[in-house]
Design a protein around this ligand. Structure first.
Ligand code: NCD
Length: 341
């Protein structure tokens, strides 16, 4: 049964969402999209994550920041890294966290998303982390949730994946420092990728020198230049002198069959090999949000090679998600205090 969420968002139409996610004090209370957020908020997330990154190396990997809070991960779509790192982040902040196995839940018996939400609210939940195949699902939940509840988007359809983009920004800043000097290329299935959309917004908000997208025409949205990116169809041209390469998986689950190139064909034209990587800067970083399809978007030698920071992205994801959770919870608590008793 389909969920009653709004129709898919288009590129560049989410200003209202950005307003919804800031509380009256201008602080982050939901985290739904990066579009329209001020640079100060992104920098606050990165700086907070920086202060939390060491917790993971401690013998006791815990802080009491969210003690007594209840967080529910609502994953309506499969996930490995995002689900587990959100769960670990909540545990490391001492929250009570549960991850709902949606395939076994009452939505399969015909319950609407709103009814599921109301039932969970009745259990005094403080935060929802939502992944859903429909663009706009997290936004919909944020609009309908009780005022003290924060909603974090863990990926909605093709629309946005803001915590993934922020952990990517954290990884880039960790290695390269300032963004204004950098040339960053995002390669592959831009059209269906919520990660690419959020990364483009993040890179632009943080003042990146040059953001390139490299993809065949069929895997690009219409008018990609309007997003503030340089468009390349030839990977060898697009990779020249870049400091960061972000590879994307072909989102086959979101494609019509007409768009589907064979893995082998795609690799010949757009796969990242050591030879192609040598066109970039000598200290280029190679990134990928995972899951990787080896031999489709990249060679194993590159995925496991000296330029790859792919597993470090996963580790940093915990600190970045801890940062977003603690910032959003702080705002919701302030809002809750101002509510009439
Ligand atoms: C991405 C996603 O689910 O959007 N993965 C992730 O969250 N780590 C990208 C993908 O599935 O290709």
């Amino acid at each position: 049964m389909s969920e009653p969420v709004p129709p898919a968002h288009r590129w560049g139409s989410l200003q209202k969402t950005a307003n919804l996610q800031l509380g009256p004090n201008g602080r982050l209370r939901h985290f739904l999209t990066l579009e329209g957020l001020p640079r100060t908020i992104l920098e606050q997330i990165l700086d907070t994550a920086q202060s939390l990154v060491g917790v993971t190396d401690r013998t006791v990997k815990k802080l009491p920041l969210l003690r007594g809070k209840t967080i529910v991960n609502l994953f309506f779509e499969p996930s490995t890294r995002t689900r587990t790192t959100f769960e670990l982040a909540a545990k490391r902040l001492s929250a009570d966290v549960l991850t709902m196995n949606i395939s076994a839940s009452a939505t399969k018996k015909g319950e609407t998303l709103l009814d599921t939400l109301r039932n969970l609210e009745a259990m005094h939940v403080d935060m929802f982390v939502v992944r859903h195949a429909d663009s706009g699902a997290a936004h919909f939940i944020a609009r309908h949730a009780a005022p003290h509840i924060s909603v974090l988007n863990a990926g909605d359809g093709r629309h946005a994946h803001p915590t993934q983009a922020m952990l990517d920004m954290f990884t880039i800043r960790h290695h390269k420092g300032e963004f204004h000097r950098l040339r960053v290329a995002i390669v592959g299935d831009i059209l269906h990728s919520r990660v690419a959309r959020s990364q483009i917004h993040a890179l632009n908000i943080l003042g990146t020198g040059e953001v390139r997208v490299i993809a065949p025409k069929t895997l690009l949205p219409s008018c990609p230049e309007s997003l503030g990116v340089q468009v390349y169809h030839n990977i060898d041209e697009g990779l020249r002198d870049v400091d960061v390469v972000i590879m994307l998986r072909l989102q086959r689950e979101r494609m019509g069959s007409a768009l589907l190139p064979s893995g082998h064909e795609y690799f010949q034209l757009y796969g990242l090999t050591e030879d192609r990587l040598s066109l970039a800067q000598p200290d280029v970083m190679v990134m990928h949000p995972g899951p990787i399809n080896r031999g489709v978007e990249m060679d194993s030698q590159v995925a496991d090679g000296p330029h790859s920071v792919i597993l470090q992205q996963v580790s940093f994801g915990i600190a970045v998600r801890m940062a977003v959770m603690s910032l959003a919870m702080r705002s919701s608590e302030a809002i809750a205090r101002d509510l009439p008793a």
